[in-house]
Design a protein around this ligand. Structure first.
Ligand SMILES: [Zn+2]
Length: 755
């Protein structure tokens, strides 16, 4: 309420309107008593104590509520229950905005009054006071506010109230607007939701009348929603985070309560198996390849499945646990899409069940790695050339030296732990401290012996480290040495993904609260067709409608003449990243940034449904990865890229090679696009490297291929050439530092879709 006063008179008056709904809720709580009220909202629900308290205090304050949590934490169910606290109310019969009969003030009611039409009283049942909106990229402001009915607009005119059909937000007036997955609502639509949150006056398009709203908003979103929602939206909510039920005792209570309800006291599942169900579910939440473990709901379902199995299957208990798990758990795991390979989920569930059931004895491990350790390790291995190269070529001695020279790397730390562990495991073999330093000073022979032992220890520790990482399936043997395994790449992708999410908006909305509008998924107009009932007003093409009316020799436009635009819903992209590997990238870190950005692009592509390829060039050019939608393939190939020392920069040939690659793929409806990363300092072919680059760019455009350029700034860079290529290529130019490559590339990918 304090806020309302600050916002000025106009809004204050509406705020007072808002108070009516809040007062109603307070009155309900008063009538029922807090205990009964609590029962209505939470009955049959497992929710942590603090969460329950937070929700109750928000509800009784009449605040808008945003519930965040992983799937299966009960957000939507609780939102529905809260909505159910409303009672029937009196309204003006037929008023879509649910005006109260004493104060019918919406434009429609006012118009009726002005025509002398008597407003009749009616009752709006509680269930109809709740309007649900499902957040999705396809949601439009018109869905919420309303839209012109094209047919009525042509007959009654667009300024007639009769032509306007109010949307869900307006219809939620004097009730509750439930927004599921508010974090999936496009940003421009979020601005509309602000009306409901502020309780402000809405004016619609061409109409003069303002409509004041009294709406309580209850929204749900994923755990990460706060990262995507603009601050000015979040600001209006009480945010309540719902998690899975924690703590063994609570979990067991919930499982037992539920089984009791289902089977009325018949013991269907042994206590030992209930314990194991709880343990298995909790273990899925800690598995390194799982983003989000099995939910509370999943735990309950698993126990139910076991209970029903035990009634008609006579398997042993272990067998039951396995069977039940494979039915009720795999699909409940949250796994990053790029990791979610066929069979992966089953494999993880099996691992966990085996571990809990005890089928696998505990190994005597060299080192224990946490998830964070593993992620830092894989990134270190691919990012740090001083480790990556000797590993790749199996240069054991060099690797040993590097590990000692750069002790801060994760790899070196594991090696260090291995040394310690070996000394603990085999004290007699590596007993070096049985000689005091004083003694050593005197006995040269002993000193040498100690050195030898030390050397042997170091070598063994390194091979143990490598063996360990192989066993952990993080690295695997290649033709020459070691590379990241499939699982290692999975971890790398996981490590890189959250960083990508922070930088750029994938879905066309994000941090920019005032709205850079990205129109992903809303394609260009590709044609027109006749109007069908339900088409949106904004899709009507007036030009084509008039043409159609003329063709039909009409004197006035009829419904049969209305034409609407057909839009291309999604543009698919075939995108090639053209990376300069000549002197440009001489500094090692730059090469990593280029690799990272290529991987990022491949990951982003999986979300867009695009294909990505990579071509590298220096003197000549190589296809590093052919067009693919598989980020693994891109990652594996890109990680192996090496600099071409002392090589020329032949941009023209790079473009040519890329065009050839694109030509080998059926284009279909896909857009073809090249993103060139270079410093633009073309040095080959002799004698006119720049002319060659520009000529190839022009050829590409003639084949329908667009080119954007990312120019990495450094001493020798030539942004002018890059700018000209981008201009010819009908693309964009970015001039950035190497560390900005990844965000720039993702931005570019979004731009290509929008254009
Ligand atoms: Zn009304």
């Amino acid at each position: 309420m304090v806020k309302a006063e600050l916002l000025g008179d106009g809004i204050l008056s509406c705020r007072q309107g808002g108070v009516l709904l809040r007062e109603e809720i307070l009155a309900t709580i008063d009538n029922l008593g807090l205990e009964e009220f609590k029962k209505r909202v939470f009955d049959g629900f497992c929710i942590n104590q603090e969460e329950e308290e937070a929700l109750l205090s928000s509800i009784s304050s009449g605040h808008h509520i945003l519930m965040l949590g992983p799937p299966g934490s009960g957000k939507t169910a609780i939102a529905n229950k809260i909505a159910a606290i409303l009672d029937d109310i009196e309204v003006v019969e037929g008023c879509l905005l649910n005006c109260p009969p004493q104060n019918a003030s919406c434009p429609w009611c006012l118009e009726k009054k002005s025509h002398g039409i008597l407003l009749e009283e009616g009752v709006l049942p509680a269930s109809e006071r709740v309007k649900r909106v499902q957040g999705s990229g396809g949601l439009t402001a018109e869905d919420l506010i309303g839209d012109l009915d094209p047919e009525a607009a042509f007959t009654q005119g667009i300024y007639s109230l009769g032509s306007f059909i109010p949307g869900k937000l307006l219809r939620a007036n004097r009730g509750i607007l439930l927004i599921d997955f508010i974090d999936r609502v496009p940003e421009r639509v979020l601005n509309t939701i602000l009306y409901a949150l502020q309780g402000g006056e809405v004016s619609i398009g061409a109409f003069e009348e303002n409509i004041s709203l009294d709406i309580l908003v209850i929204a749900t979103g994923s755990e990460k929603a706060l990262k995507f929602l603009p601050l000015d939206i979040i600001d209006f909510f009480d945010v309540v985070k719902l998690g899975y039920i924690e703590g063994h005792d609570n979990q067991k209570q919930i499982v037992l309560n539920n089984l009791e309800r289902q089977y009325h006291g018949v013991e269907t599942i042994t206590d030992g198996n209930i314990e194991k169900v709880i343990e298995i579910v909790n273990q899925t939440r800690q598995h390194p390849e799982v983003e989000r473990g099995v939910s509370t709901r999943g735990m309950i379902k698993y126990s139910e499945v076991l209970a029903s199995y035990s009634q008609f299957v006579s398997d042993g208990e272990e067998e039951l646990l396995h069977k039940g798990a494979s039915v009720s758990l795999p699909h409940r795991l949250g796994i990053a899409p790029e990791v979610d390979l066929p069979g992966k989920r089953k494999q993880i569930v099996n691992e966990v069940v085996n571990k809990v059931v005890g089928a696998e004895e505990v190994e005597k491990e060299l080192v224990t790695l946490s998830k964070d350790d593993i992620l830092a390790l894989v990134e270190g291995i691919v990012q740090e050339e001083r480790i990556r190269k000797p590993l790749k070529y199996g240069a054991f001695d060099l690797l040993l030296r590097r590990v000692q020279q750069f002790p801060e790397s994760k790899f070196a730390q594991i090696y260090k732990e291995a040394i310690q562990r070996l000394q603990e495991l085999y004290p007699e073999r590596y007993k070096v401290d049985n000689l005091t330093d004083e003694l050593l000073m005197e006995v040269e022979e002993e000193r040498k012996r100690k050195e030898r032992i030390n050397k042997a220890l170091q070598k063994e520790a390194l091979s143990e480290t490598l063996k360990f990482l192989e066993e952990q399936d993080i690295i695997e043997r290649s033709a020459t040495g070691w590379t990241l395994s499939q699982r290692g790449i999975t971890f790398l992708l996981e490590k890189l993904t959250p960083r990508l999410d922070e930088g750029v908006q994938f879905y066309g909305y994000g941090k920019h609260s005032t709205g850079k509008k990205l129109t992903l998924g809303e394609g260009k107009v590709v044609g027109v067709r006749h109007f069908r009932f339900g088409d949106r007003y904004r899709d009507v093409s007036f030009k084509d409608t008039i043409r159609e009316a003329l063709r039909n020799r009409r004197r006035a436009i009829t419904r049969e003449d209305i034409m609407v635009n057909i839009k291309d819903i999604h543009t698919k992209l075939n995108m090639i990243l053209l990376i300069d590997l000549s002197g440009t990238m001489r500094q090692l870190q730059k090469l990593w940034y280029a690799k990272e950005s290529a991987i990022a692009l491949a990951l982003a592509a999986t979300r867009y449904g695009d294909n990505v390829g990579v071509v590298s060039f220096s003197n000549l050019a190589d296809v590093v990865v052919d067009l693919t939608s598989n980020p693994y393939r891109v990652t594996r190939q890109v990680l192996d890229l090496e600099l071409h020392e002392n090589a020329f920069t032949n941009i023209g040939y790079g473009i040519l090679k890329t065009c050839d690659l694109l030509a080998h793929h059926p284009k279909g409806k896909a857009k073809q696009h090249i993103i060139l990363i270079s410093d633009g300092d073309a040095t080959a072919p002799h004698p006119s490297p720049e002319k060659s680059a520009l000529r190839q760019a022009a050829m590409a455009v003639r084949r329908g291929i667009t080119i954007s350029c990312i120019c990495i700034t450094q001493e020798s860079s030539n942004p002018e050439l890059m700018r000209r290529i981008a201009r010819i290529g009908k693309g964009r130019i970015y001039i950035v530092g190497a560390e900005e490559l990844t965000t720039t590339l993702l931005e570019e990918a979004a731009m290509v879709h929008a254009s």
